[in-house]
Design a protein around this ligand. Structure first.
Ligand code: DHB
Length: 396
């Protein structure tokens, strides 16, 4: 302790993913100081393949707060998706149903934009730190860490934001008897690939079949992102390109539709679960994003939900520094959880409606087709999906 260098700031932020960096950016714009610490290197985060869909509210937050307008130039606006089952595609027309769109703009690019903006604005962001620990969260919070050069620090702050992802250290600093964690496990995972191939379709295809789920997404003119439902213990080394394409064909091709295939340049098994920690606060520590909750990937809500947390948390912190009142900050957890649980429902629903559990009996299969038909054949069904997918209006 004697040798620790002391730094003081107003908000200590654990995690330099999109949530942590966006919070730091919004605070800086309001004249509030923060220091961000992150275990991974900037390069490692810039190279991790992540999901790709931004709600219109997330796009507005990036553009209106001045992070970057690259999403509008380099991203693709999508006005709908296709649900494909029983060999037929059914379009969910977002624009016509709810007047909104989403943007295909990968999370990795959101990180790159935010990291560049924080750097240009002289933000204090320290990547590659080790040995982090949190102290005195109910009094004067302190975060200990060792920086990438091996120098030990004590970061003193008014508040700590835990935006350090699903394996959050900030979360584990909350005593067990002061938190409740809701968890739901799924009996499947996603096999994700990047392939060198042209686009197969103008819009994303969410496909259900008796063989399981598949999602046809996109990245560029020449590289595509796709996923298929797999066993959580699947080993990517057992999957040749031929076997991968045969699996996709068995889930999406048919009735004149054929996927465009090409060399697979990246493959990963993505495990997931639904989880929520409540409350999202302990003393001076506020959790945001995956540190507080995770959703299954169907519908790509993780990043969007994290950005909503950060917006709500920023409003609470800003109000405290402007007025000295803690009312909005005290309401953070309840306000954030309102959208978290709606999003949990949507992500669970999309996942259960589109995936096929191993060993599903004929009743389960026929009921699932009934559910899909009840959505696509009803304007109300399609509109629920469209509103949730493109993002509900802002938090209460
Ligand atoms: C992508 C990922 C998703 O989970 C989703 O629902 C849509 C798109 C993607 O990575 O492109």
């Amino acid at each position: 302790m004697a040798n620790r260098n002391v730094i003081t700031t107003q908000v200590a932020i654990m995690g330099a993913g999109p949530a942590g960096l966006m919070l730091s950016h919004l605070l800086a714009k309001a004249g509030i100081e923060s220091t961000v610490i992150e275990l991974r290197s900037r390069q490692e985060i810039s190279e991790t393949v992540r999901a790709g869909i931004l709600e219109h509210g997330s796009v507005n937050l990036l553009v209106d707060s001045g992070v970057s307008d690259r999403v509008l130039r380099d991203g693709d606006r999508h006005d709908g998706i296709e649900l494909r089952f029983d060999g037929e595609s059914h379009r969910i027309d977002f624009k016509e149903l709810v007047g909104e769109s989403v943007w295909l703009y990968p999370q990795t690019d959101v990180f790159i934009d935010l990291a560049a903006r924080r750097e240009a604005d002289g933000g204090d962001v320290r990547y590659g730190v080790t040995d982090t620990s949190l102290h005195d969260l109910e009094g004067t919070p302190k975060v200990w860490f060792t920086d990438a050069e091996g120098v030990e620090y004590e970061l003193q702050a008014d508040f700590v934001a835990g935006a350090d992802g699903s394996r959050s250290q900030a979360r584990s600093a909350i005593p067990e008897n002061r938190r409740h964690r809701f968890v739901h496990e799924y009996p499947f995972a996603w096999f994700g690939i990047l392939a060198e191939a042209p686009r197969s379709s103008d819009e994303l295809i969410y496909a259900n079949s008796a063989n399981g789920f598949a999602l046809i997404s996109q990245r560029t003119e020449t590289v595509q992102r796709m996923y298929f439902q797999c066993d959580p213990n699947e080993d990517v080394n057992n999957w040749s390109d031929d076997r991968i394409w045969e699996t996709f064909r068995g889930r999406v091709n048919g009735n004149g539709f054929e996927l465009k295939e090409g060399p697979v340049i990246d493959k990963t098994v993505l495990k997931f679960r639904s989880s929520v920690l409540a409350p999202m606060r302990h003393g001076k520590l506020f959790l945001a994003g995956d540190a507080a909750h995770t959703v299954p990937p169907t519908g790509a809500k993780g990043l969007n939900l994290a950005l909503n947390d950060v917006k709500v948390l920023f409003e609470g912190l800003d109000s405290f520094y402007q007025t000295g009142h803690t009312g909005l900050l005290d309401g953070y957890s309840d306000r954030a959880l309102d959208r978290v649980w709606k999003t949990q429902q949507f992500s669970y629903w999309m996942t259960s409606m589109l995936h096929t559990p191993a060993g599903a009996d004929d009743f389960a299969r026929a009921r699932q087709l009934g559910e899909l038909n009840s959505v696509v054949s009803s304007r109300h069904g399609r509109a629920y999906l469209a509103e949730a997918y493109t993002g509900w209006p802002g938090s209460r």
